[in-house]
Design a protein around this ligand. Structure first.
Ligand code: HPA
Length: 276
């Protein structure tokens, strides 16, 4: 079945469950799913129920699509996302972004947990994504590989200015008013994972201009831009990833820092939605 028809089937299932027409799509990253509790009049749909959706397999990632209102804005929220390292093709893991766009969302707010390559960053700080290094994408794992359907987007979409400057301005304004919230702006490097980076790899990424490193987001942003969505990306820095030998990161540490930061993250996202 053509991708376009698959998207329409998924849209039909969601529309049969709720009349809500989302304006904004959110992807909640590792340990950041708590914001979902703030959604009013929520309709929750397990990924298993939605045609052509994959299933989430990582601890800390619930697999549900949520529709409701946040800060008065009609939203569709991915509580839990799919990763390349789970074995999903990039075309498969980005399918929900196409569905959220086809449901009517014109803007994507995407979040993730990331390691801090920039030595001036600290765990618990946030980083607005100014641009990305899509290492898997450059190396052949691009979600737009394969036949292109012009009903979804152009064959050769530009990715310059993929991360919307106005939304970043708004995020800085909102973040500046939240106590104890440190908000940087930098370059996010995506790696496939699931192994964390070697020290040499981290030095390589830093030399290449990366400020943070993570295992998600770039494919979703490529597809969101393909669909013509505006994008704001926010990383929560959960650990230092500077290549210093005594740093040892674990998934548990990532989740624990994310849990500690979830209140500030929620305040930031709600404020951004209010300001949009
Ligand atoms: N590397 C890659 N992905 C990550 C990291 C990291 O250090 N921290 C959280 N996600």
């Amino acid at each position: 079945m053509p991708l376009y028809d698959q998207v329409m089937e998924a849209v039909a299932l969601v529309r049969a469950r709720t009349p809500l027409r989302p304006a904004v799509a959110l992807i909640l990253g590792s340990g950041l799913g708590g914001l979902a509790n703030e959604i009013l009049d929520v309709t929750a749909i397990a990924y298993e129920e939605i045609p052509h959706f994959a299933r989430s397999t990582v601890p800390g990632h619930v697999g549900r699509l949520l529709l409701g209102t946040l800060s008065g804005v009609p939203v569709v929220v991915m509580q839990g996302r799919f990763h390349l390292y789970e074995g999903y093709a990039p075309q498969v893991l980005t399918f929900p972004v196409r569905v959220m766009s086809a449901l009517g969302a014109h803007t994507l707010l995407v979040s993730n947990a990331a390691g801090a390559i920039n030595p001036t960053y600290r765990p618990g700080d946030f980083m607005l994504i100014a641009d990305h290094l899509n290492l898997p994408g450059l190396a052949g794992a691009n979600p737009l590989l394969g036949p292109n359907d012009e009903r979804l987007g152009p064959r050769f979409p530009p990715l310059a200015k993929a991360y919307d400057a106005h939304l970043r301005y708004l995020a800085r304004e909102v973040g500046g008013a939240i106590a104890d919230l440190k908000l940087h702006e930098g370059i996010y490097a995506m790696v496939s994972g699931p192994s964390f980076e070697s020290s040499a790899e981290l030095r390589f990424l830093r030399t290449a201009g990366a400020d943070a490193v993570g295992m998600s987001t770039a494919p979703e942003v490529v597809v969101a831009r393909h669909m013509g969505m505006r994008v704001l990306g926010i990383s929560l820095l959960t650990n230092m990833a500077t290549g210093v030998e005594d740093e040892n990161v674990s998934h548990e540490e990532v989740l624990s820092v994310a849990d500690e930061a979830s209140q500030r993250f929620g305040g930031l996202m709600l404020g951004i939605l209010r300001g949009m």
